[in-house]
Design a protein around this ligand. Structure first.
Ligand code: SF4
Ligand code: SF4
Length: 433
């Protein structure tokens, strides 16, 4: 474990004082916090974590215990929605992690592995393609199905849980579409850029294709800008702020000169970070204004579709659907109505709200891989709420949540289909042909 490290208050590392001062310790956020609900411990609640951040900002050392409590936070921002005082908890936990990252040295092997994942895998199309191909060989060999079967028997502990969570490779990968332009079907009413993500290019290639089809059905010319990169959300949530800033500059340079009406993402986790590029680059004189302009054009695909006149030419999709709010859509972007509005527009679909739909499912970026035990506890609670609705379809608006909920269905569900909202729209449009 790392050494304790004293904190200097002469630098801007760590949560800012005005953010820390906003907390009035009322405790209204406690019940909105998945880790507090599971553990019942103040130190694993938003208020408790802020208390610990205040201690560190006041000069207390960064201890292994502090890192553990900050590490166990999902950064789901459920507490932000519940807070009457406007605490920017998501920003604070990012800053706290950036401070830990800067002040606490990791072991060399751990650091190299981490750097390899963030810089050499996530940022490289070639590396992601190789990883996706290996993943495809693994799943085609039957080994993945075997691991999942063992995992679902609950005999393989964390390894079995990880097997449930592993994404699938979906060849042909969406990387081949980057740089392409797709014309609108019918009259062109909007010209939009689509950001395809990083891992999503290999694991959600069909979802990306469905997104393009649904946008085209709704009068959009869709451009997939050539120079786009990973959005930097996973870097930012892991304390790698400078890497996230570098990626933000790349995306701004790749997309902004295109003069689009909107920039679209189908991943709420990415969208939340992409909309915060203005904050991320506020101290960069060359990019601050461009970052704000970019953020102002960003739209989640559900937000965008709900804001235009939706093409009603859909066939019925029969079944009962429930909706899991993605944290970064509901809490990070305050978008709750748009996805529900789109589901209501699909003929035949019956909607049933689940209990605590906006409580995190335990996915949270790569949290489920790093904090697997807690993630699985949260997922089990989520699936109880899903099962109580009797829905045959679980809709959501974030690929990470889809992976987590699919694992939830295998472990605790009753064969529900897990779908992105745009996949349901796509199904309805295809049926109308
Ligand atoms: S971000 Fe989520 S897990 Fe973290 S303190 Fe807030 S509610 Fe709890
Ligand atoms: S609800 Fe807001 S002000 Fe109240 S304890 Fe939680 S973070 Fe602090």
């Amino acid at each position: 474990m790392a050494d304790s490290t004293a904190v200097s208050d002469t630098t801007r590392l760590g949560p800012r004082q005005f953010d820390l001062d906003r907390c009035i310790h009322c405790g209204l956020c406690l019940n909105a916090c998945p880790t507090y609900r599971e553990l019942g411990l103040e130190m694993d609640s938003p208020r408790g974590r802020i208390y610990q951040m205040v201690q560190v900002a006041g000069g207390a050392p960064i201890t292994p215990s502090y890192m553990e409590h900050i590490g166990l936070c999902l950064a789901c921002r459920g507490c932000e929605s519940a807070c009457p005082s406007g605490v920017r908890y998501g920003k604070m936990v990012e800053d706290a992690r950036a401070e830990i990252e800067a002040r606490v040295p990791r072991g060399r092997v751990a650091e190299r592995l981490r750097r390899f994942f963030f810089n050499c895998i996530l940022e490289s199309r070639t590396a992601l393609t190789v990883a996706g191909t290996l993943l495809y060989i693994y799943q085609a060999s039957g080994l993945k199905a075997l691991m999942r079967a063992v995992g679902s028997l609950r005999m393989a502990g964390t390894l079995g849980d990880l097997a449930q969570l592993a994404p699938s490779a979906e060849p042909p990968f969406f990387f081949s579409q980057i740089g392409s332009t797709f014309p609108a079907e019918g009259v062109t009413r909007h010209r939009v850029a689509f950001l395809a993500g990083c891992i999503a290019n290999i694991s959600f290639a069909r979802l990306n294709e469905a997104t393009v089809r649904v946008l085209r059905k709704n009068g959009c010319e869709v451009v997939i800008p050539a120079g786009q990169a990973c959005c930097g959300a996973l870097h930012l949530h892991s304390g790698l702020r400078e890497d996230a800033q570098r990626l933000a500059r790349r995306n701004i340079d790749a997309v902004l000169p295109g003069g689009f009406d909107a920039i679209i993402t189908n991943a709420a986790g990415c969208g939340s970070t992409l909309k915060e590029y203005g904050d991320l680059l506020e101290d960069d004189p060359a990019y601050a204004a461009k970052a704000k302009q970019f953020a102002g054009l960003m739209r989640d695909v559900t937000e965008f579709l709900a804001s235009i006149e939706l093409n009603p030419d859909m066939a019925p999709v029969d079944g009962i659907v429930t909706y899991q709010d993605s944290c970064h859509l509901a809490h990070g972007q305050r978008i709750r109505t748009a996805p529900r509005q789109l589901l209501a527009a699909i003929p035949g679909l019956k909607f049933r709200e689940m209990r605590c739909a906006d409580l995190c499912c335990g996915s949270a970026g790569i949290y489920n891989v790093i904090e697997t035990e807690m993630s699985m506890r949260i997922l089990a609670s989520k699936m109880e709420a899903v099962n109580a609705t009797g829905a045959a379809i679980i809709a959501t608006a974030n690929p990470g949540c889809m992976l987590q909920l699919k694992a939830g269905v295998r472990l605790h569900g009753s064969n529900q289909r897990v779908m992105h909202v745009v996949e349901l729209l796509d199904e309805a449009y295809k049926g109308a042909r």
